[in-house]
Design a protein around this ligand. Structure first.
Ligand SMILES: [Zn+2]
Length: 164
């Protein structure tokens, strides 16, 4: 899945669990595995066998994220909600498909596998497209409902991470 799917669907889920969650962190953590792994796969492809899903997409790294959040937040609920934003990325990326379990469970199942390319149009393509559309709808609805197209309200949101 891509930006709108990850951000929109994750923010909606996080708000459903905790209305007071900092949505700036929720959105950042929703994208974090890709923000970590895409540059690595471009700059050092041999390290991850040319796979665009590497260390950031592993359960092991997600445990480091959880530990960092627990240390930073000092209260379990906000830390767990934000960690859910990170771990939810794996669900939206369908990490049970196409060799991705070896990435998710690295290093238990060996090295990172080379990327597996399935048919151009598959149910996974549908999953990504539907996710992007749904995520875009969530982002647009939240922006309109909370007036984020108005500069003062957008500034307040960017400062607090919370929707008024
Ligand atoms: Zn990803």
């Amino acid at each position: 899945m891509y930006v709108f799917g990850h951000v929109g669907l994750t923010v909606a889920a996080a708000r459903a669990v905790d209305r007071d969650v900092d949505l700036r962190w929720a959105a950042l953590l929703a994208l974090a595995p890709d923000l970590l792994d895409k540059p690595v796969s471009r700059l050092w492809p041999a390290l991850v066998h040319h796979n665009s899903r590497g260390f950031g997409h592993t359960a092991l790294f997600s445990l480091f994220i959880l530990a960092a959040l627990l240390l930073r937040k000092r209260r379990p609920k906000p830390a767990l909600v934000l960690w859910g934003c990170y771990a939810g990325h794996f669900l939206l990326d369908a990490m049970w498909m196409n060799g991705n379990p070896a990435v998710l469970l690295w290093p238990l199942l060996g090295d990172f596998p080379r990327p597996v390319h399935g048919p151009l149009v598959s149910w996974l393509t549908v999953w990504y497209v539907v996710g992007e559309i749904a995520g875009l709808i969530v982002v647009v609805k939240l922006a309109r409902r909370h007036g984020l197209l108005e500069r003062p309200k957008l500034a307040a949101f960017l400062e607090s991470g919370r929707l008024a």
